[in-house]
Design a protein around this ligand. Structure first.
Ligand code: IPM
Ligand code: MN
Length: 369
């Protein structure tokens, strides 16, 4: 299998976690005889400093010509005072728009070994398996008009939440299709008691449910959902929601997994799929070799499964992550409530790489019998 992957390490802990994800990918390629062509490009604050743009033309062109993009993290406190269009995040939003993926998939699982790492009680988190389908190209992030205004010496700022039926339908379809392969339940989250966009969202999703008679659809207001996500997470299978609600709720739900550092994501539906850990640049811990690389590594697994249909390879990576956690290894963010051994970013990457090789060997031995 030939695969062209553009790697964007980005800012903060991005380069550290991506290095480990790349290491795992190289091991997989080695074991299975795949040819993964990995090409690094600058993006985000790093690219502003080096090239003067958060998404240089050469980076974007490389991404558009790739089979998939693997991104570390974007964002740096150096640019906190800059206007939205001059910040590193502008590069990420432009990249998302140019690649065209409108459905951002964020699975939240509770690994048995990490149940104690969550601040939530173990009976709440044990066995959680839910999938966020977050709309990624609409809503307040992209709605026009937006900007600042000044009238008679008083300044104001404004953003627009806008959704068309077509934008809602395309992401809802991804959620219904995902539910068909899972437990056949979709919960759509909105604020239809206040917002017109949410009313249109709810009507559109409800209408589409008739195409999926086997799927059980319910609706929740976002405020109630924020509570249910951490009090009764097992009531959810697929959560479908708009851009900003999905951004907020997925960070909240990460406490189920024990740490934001565990979460992976895939953005699909456009011309090139984009994979990124959910955690962001975490400047406070950058450069110290303590960041959790498992979200980035799990994103690489999603890449192999979704873009390349390399199911066994993806399974091996996920099994390797589980095995390393079962063996008691923890980065600092997930060390809470366990007596596991605390390891660095690079050690964690090494351990998962070794476990991937072991799982591949086992698979080989099994097929040889
Ligand atoms: C995320 C991040 C981004 C977002 C930021 C960095 C623009 O928080 O991927 O969740 O808001 O989408
Ligand atoms: Mn976020």
């Amino acid at each position: 299998m030939q695969l062209r992957i553009v790697v964007l390490p980005g800012d903060g802990v991005g380069p550290e976690v991506i290095e480990q994800a790349v290491r795992v990918l190289r091991e997989v390629a080695n074991i299975h005889g795949h040819n993964f062509h990995l090409e690094e490009h600058p993006a985000g604050g790093d690219a502003i400093k080096r090239i003067g743009s958060p998404l240089p033309r050469a980076t974007l062109d490389a991404c558009l010509n790739a089979d998939a993009v693997l991104l570390g993290a974007i964002g740096s406190p150096e640019f906190d005072q800059a206007s939205p269009d001059k910040r590193p995040e502008a590069g990420l939003l432009l990249l998302r728009r140019e690649l065209g993926g409108f459905a951002n998939l964020r699975p939240i699982n509770s690994y048995h070994a990490l149940v104690g790492a969550s601040p939530l009680r173990s009976e709440i988190v044990e066995g959680v398996d839910l999938l966020f389908v977050r709309e990624l190209l609409g809503g307040l992030y992209f709605g026009e008009p937006r900007g600042r205004a000044s009238l008679n010496g008083s300044s104001s700022a404004f953003n627009t939440m806008r959704y068309s039926v077509a934008e809602i339908e395309r992401v809802a379809r991804v959620a219904f299709e995902a539910a068909m392969k899972r437990r056949r339940k979709v919960t759509s989250i909105d604020k239809a008691n206040v917002l017109e966009t949410s009313q249109l969202w709810r009507q559109t999703v409800s209408r589409m449910a008739s195409d999926y008679p086997q799927v059980d659809l319910d609706h929740l207001y976002v405020d109630a959902a924020a509570m249910h996500v951490i009090t009764k997470p097992k009531r959810f299978d697929v959560i479908l929601t708009e851009n900003l609600f999905g951004d907020i709720l997925s960070d909240e739900a990460s406490v189920i997994a024990g740490s934001l550092g565990m979460l992976a994501s895939a953005t699909v539906g456009g011309t090139v799929d984009l994979y990124e850990p959910v955690h962001g640049s975490a400047p406070d811990i950058a450069g110290r070799n303590i960041a959790n690389p498992l979200g980035a590594i799990a994103s690489a697994a999603m890449l192999l499964r979704q873009t390349a249909q390399l199911e066994p390879e993806a399974d091996d990576i996920e099994a390797a992550i589980g095995a390393v956690l079962d063996a008691g290894y923890r980065t600092t963010d997930i060390a809470r409530g366990t007596d596991g051994r605390v390891v660095s970013t690079t050690e964690m990457g090494q351990l998962v790489t070794e476990a991937v090789a072991e799982f591949a060997d086992m698979r080989h031995a099994y097929h040889a019998v």
